[in-house]
Design a protein around this ligand. Structure first.
Ligand SMILES: *Cc1c(COP(=O)(O)O)cnc(C)c1O
Length: 410
């Protein structure tokens, strides 16, 4: 008898976006003709920039001819892209990485989910709460998260990030082996300063812990005193793996490309205390289970680093960040308490009068015909908040704000 991995069954009641869709459909059924605007989407909406499109056309043409055709590429990615990454994402910030430390992937979701294969099943994991669900769910699937009780997993240490601590996670009292951090943060849109991040690096170094750092939104940082990479902190290459993505940086959610940094000096221990370099392990894992990101996607990603590509992607990010600024300003002028949105395309709105996330979601849907994402869907500490995104068009965002204004003033 083939037995199923029953850890998957524990995930069953975890369908945030399906739940949102179901409630929006219920609203539509009773309000035919009502036009609903979503500020809930976590996907980009602007087209790929011309530099990227041209690179993809060129790469496609290469594949069309026998002399320039490419089949399987290196599992870790092509050197042209890895070099562009070193030169543009790290060197200007004083971070010197070796090309062997860069692993090109098909998006950060895969690797943030897969990375946990490198660590033993009985490590404890610490997560900020609220959180991008992939970090916990990928640990649940292999049994590392333990059992669930009222939305909390027994082997997960939650570090609440709320307005009470200004969304800065506190170092837990209980020992944590592996810590997931994501800054700028999805869903709160908040960031950490260098000093705040340094405390985590120092904790990891002192306690022989690992940090998995998700930098998917670093391109949205507006002020260079905020770290774009954890490797800007001294010692981080001894304790951290970092994930990047072209999805939010350059609109690659449908193209698929990102990269993971596994420094050469990074090790984890065996039970007998032997130190094992994780770079070798990850290379072994990738060469076994991954056959590389498509050539076209990697050429597209390379084009993000050309002078035109940089200017054009910057323009698109500015477009979204203009939405974020308008949203922050207008929502605050309506009396809402709103966080984030300054270095990230997400705003984290505190529900008024302590109403619950889902209750406020329904009030906004029925009252303003605007969709948000209930904060509690990202973890227990998200209760009492909703997430709004700045990924819409200017027109839709303005219209949503007009509706929210009529509704709030109504
Ligand atoms: C969108 C997002 C990613 C990127 O996912 P891709 O697989 O690269 O599209 C990674 N981490 C977080 C927190 C995200 O919100």
């Amino acid at each position: 008898m083939a037995l199923v991995n029953e850890h998957f069954l524990k995930l069953a009641d975890n369908y945030l976006f399906a739940d949102v869709a179901k409630r929006v459909n219920a609203f539509r059924a009773t309000h035919p003709g009502a036009d609903v605007i979503s500020l809930g989407i976590g996907d980009v909406t602007r087209p790929l920039c011309p530099a990227v499109i041209e690179a993809m056309h060129r790469a496609t043409d290469e594949l069309a001819h026998a002399e320039t055709f490419r089949g399987y590429g290196p599992e870790q990615g092509y050197d042209f892209l890895r070099e562009a990454i070193l030169k543009n994402d790290f060197l200007p910030r004083g971070v010197h990485l070796d090309i062997s430390e860069i692993f090109i992937n098909d998006g950060a979701k895969s690797d943030t989910g897969n990375i946990q294969e490198l660590i033993r099943w009985d490590n404890s994991i610490g997560v900020t709460d609220p959180i991008y669900p992939v970090y916990i769910d990928s640990n649940v699937m292999i049994g590392r998260a333990g059992t669930v009780n009222e939305g909390r997993w027994s082997n997960v240490i939650y570090m609440p990030c709320t307005s009470e601590n200004n969304f800065v996670p506190k170092i837990p009292e209980r020992r944590v082996d592996v810590i997931y951090l994501c800054y700028p943060n999805n869903p709160t849109g908040m960031t950490l300063t260098k000093d705040e991040l340094r405390r985590w690096v120092n904790y990891a170094l002192k306690n022989d812990a690992l940090i998995f750092f998700d930098a998917a939104y670093e391109a949205y940082i507006q002020d260079d005193s905020i770290p774009h990479s954890i490797y800007e902190i001294r010692g981080a290459r001894k304790c951290a793996i970092e994930f990047h993505s072209f999805s939010k940086k350059a609109g690659f959610t449908g193209v698929r490309c990102g990269y993971t940094v596994v420094p050469q000096g990074l090790t984890a221990a065996t039970l007998t205390g032997e130190r094992i370099p994780l770079n070798n392990l990850w290379l072994r894992r990738q060469s076994t289970k991954f056959n590389g990101t498509s050539y076209i996607s990697q050429r597209a990603a390379e084009a993000v680093y050309t002078p035109e590509g940089k200017a054009q992607t910057r323009e698109t990010i500015d477009y979204y960040m203009q939405n974020a600024r308008t949203m922050l300003q207008r929502l605050r002028s309506l009396g809402f308490t709103v966080y984030g949105g300054e270095h990230a395309p997400y705003l984290w709105l505190k529900t008024p009068e302590g109403s619950l996330s889902w209750q406020f979601f329904e009030e906004m849907l029925y009252g303003a015909h605007v969709v948000c994402t209930p904060g509690v869907g990202f973890g227990p500490a998200g209760e009492g908040y909703v997430r709004l995104t700045a990924f819409g068009s200017h027109e839709q965002t303005d219209e949503a704000l007009n509706r929210l204004e009529r509704w709030a003033r109504g």
